[in-house]
Ligand binder design. Structure first.
Ligand code: FMN
Length: 181
């Protein structure tokens, strides 16, 4: 049976990002037969232009779309900026509306921020608009994230750690149901 693939998209470009650390921790929890890939190229996705959405598609956009299309599950882990979705993440997602890359794609959403409610809600609307299939049990809002993830990347808050582990278990369950189909 083909190995499963999880494509993880961090919403922060910051070096030492708590969201990156959470995604790295998730990688340590996955079975060895799961291919796990953290995307680190949001910064090279050009500004969305509906005029270049179908023909002359930028190679980085095409690559981003194909990573999503080929993944069995996509995980987002993102902070909130100015009560919204970080611009670089929203921009990349705009490129996936007409391509249909997310249609019925099992998707987990972690919003890890100071507060994050507005981004968490907006991301769920966006995922609905692009027809992703949210895995509700794997969806998590982590508040005050900077006090819960240490500078070395360790999740120091035990409750957050167990919530992330629970989300990952739900994702693994989802991969199992995909294998049965
Ligand atoms: C420009 C800017 C705007 C921010 N706005 C918000 C906000 O509206 N809501 C919030 O919860 N956190 C906000 N934050 C704080 C981020 O949630 C916090 O810096 C978080 O740790 C960033 O995630 P990272 O550690 O993965 O980079 C903002 C941070 C920056 C730099």
């Amino acid at each position: 049976m083909k190995n499963k693939t999880i494509f993880a998209i961090p919403g922060s470009l910051r070096s030492g990002s708590s969201n990156h650390h959470i995604l790295k921790f998730i990688g340590t929890l996955l079975p060895p037969d799961v291919n796990y890939f953290i995307y680190d190229r949001l910064a090279v996705i050009p500004p969305f232009d509906p005029g270049n959405d179908h023909e002359h598609v930028d190679e980085n956009v095409a690559e981003f779309r194909s990573f999503i299309k080929n993944a069995d599950v996509v995980i987002f882990c993102t902070p909130e900026y100015a009560f919204g979705v970080p611009g670089q993440l929203k921009n990349a997602l705009d490129w996936t509306v007409s391509s249909g890359s997310f249609v019925e794609k099992p998707t987990a959403l972690i919003t890890a921020s100071l507060g994050g409610e507005a981004c968490h809600a907006a991301m769920q609307l966006i995922l609905g608009a692009i027809n992703a299939t949210l895995i509700p049990e794997a969806t998590l809002l982590v508040k005050f994230v900077r006090s819960k993830v240490g500078a070395d990347g360790e999740i120091t808050d035990e409750e957050t750690k167990s919530e992330v582990i629970k989300s990952v278990n739900e994702i693994i369950n989802k991969l199992g149901t995909l294998s049965e189909q």
